[in-house]
Design a protein around this ligand. Structure first.
Ligand code: NAD
Length: 254
């Protein structure tokens, strides 16, 4: 088991990539603290883990709310006494060109996607610093490095997460804490289904178009990213520090 005896906190683990990672990590022996804004979805992830004999419990919190996040981290520590891995996964989509984006929508994407990485990290880091060990996985996107239109706020937020990852790595390397970023391409989750519905008259046709831009010829699945997260969570990746890890099926533009 690749995560035996490790305690993992995953934000946004009620759906998509976070849920897939929670199930995989638990199968690999981790105790998983499942966070989500949505108690029903988060609770379901925990039930599925308990069903196969894994160890998990749910903590509802909005990752943009400092009081909720602080309480969540304290409750996780009360139960398990340590947090070995923090997977900052929760995120939302932001659609639109810059001149069409209103400030409220912009702020919401920035708040969830950036503050949602900053706050859990802020409250978990002191425990990892005491432990002199930890792995933080930040959810960026391949959009941080490639140009994709109609996603102004989302691109800005995911670019910031990548820069923040590198800055965090420099500051916390002396404490034996690794901080890496995941850069997925298009992964078929509820998040992408919503984005496609909002952005295209014919979402099925849009999916076919996206496939032609990928060397894989297919969209990714949540477990494709979960396996990459598993590697970053485990000690197998001990020489990866401040790195972007692409899981994008070979996205080709132009
Ligand atoms: P998803 O919508 O299936 O799951 C996201 C989960 O986060 C949901 O359960 C939602 O309730 C939760 N969440 C949202 N806001 C929250 C908040 N404020 N506090 C706590 N939980 C909150 O999405 P997904 O596709 O699995 O995406 C997960 C992450 O991966 C996101 O950060 C997303 O930006 C990133 N990502 C996704 C793709 C993709 O193609 N799906 C590609 C690149 C990056």
């Amino acid at each position: 088991m690749r995560l035996r005896d490790k305690v993992v906190l995953i934000t946004g683990a009620g759906s998509g990539i976070g849920k897939s990672a929670a199930l995989l990590f638990a199968r690999e022996g981790a105790s998983v603290v499942v966070n989500d804004l949505d108690s029903v979805k988060g609770g379901k992830t925990v039930s599925e883990i308990i069903e196969f004999g894994g160890d998990a419990f749910f903590l509802q919190a909005d990752v943009t709310n400092p009081i909720s996040v602080k309480t969540m981290v304290e409750e996780a520590i009360n139960k398990y006494k340590r947090i070995d891995v923090l997977f900052n996964n929760a995120g939302i989509s932001g659609v639109g060109k810059l001149h069409e984006t209103n400030l409220n929508e912009w702020d919401q994407t920035i708040r969830v996607n950036i503050n949602g990485v900053m706050l859990p990290s802020k409250f978990v880091l002191p425990y990892m610093m005491d432990q002199k060990k930890g792995s933080i996985i930040n959810m960026s996107s391949c959009i941080a490095e490639i140009g994709l239109g109609n996603r102004a706020s989302y691109s800005a937020s995911k670019g910031a997460v990548l820069a923040l990852t590198k800055s965090m790595q420099v500051d916390y390397a002396p404490y034996n804490i690794r901080v890496n970023a995941l850069l997925p391409g298009t992964i078929l989750t509820p998040f992408v289904e919503t984005y496609l519905k909002e952005s295209y008259a014919d979402p099925e046709e849009a999916i076919e178009k996206i496939k032609t831009r990928q060397l894989s010829g297919e969209l990714g699945k949540p477990e494709d990213v979960a396996f990459a997260a598993l590697y970053l969570a485990s000690d197998e990746s001990k020489f990866m520090m401040g790195s972007p890890l692409y899981i994008d099926g070979g996205v080709v533009f132009g």
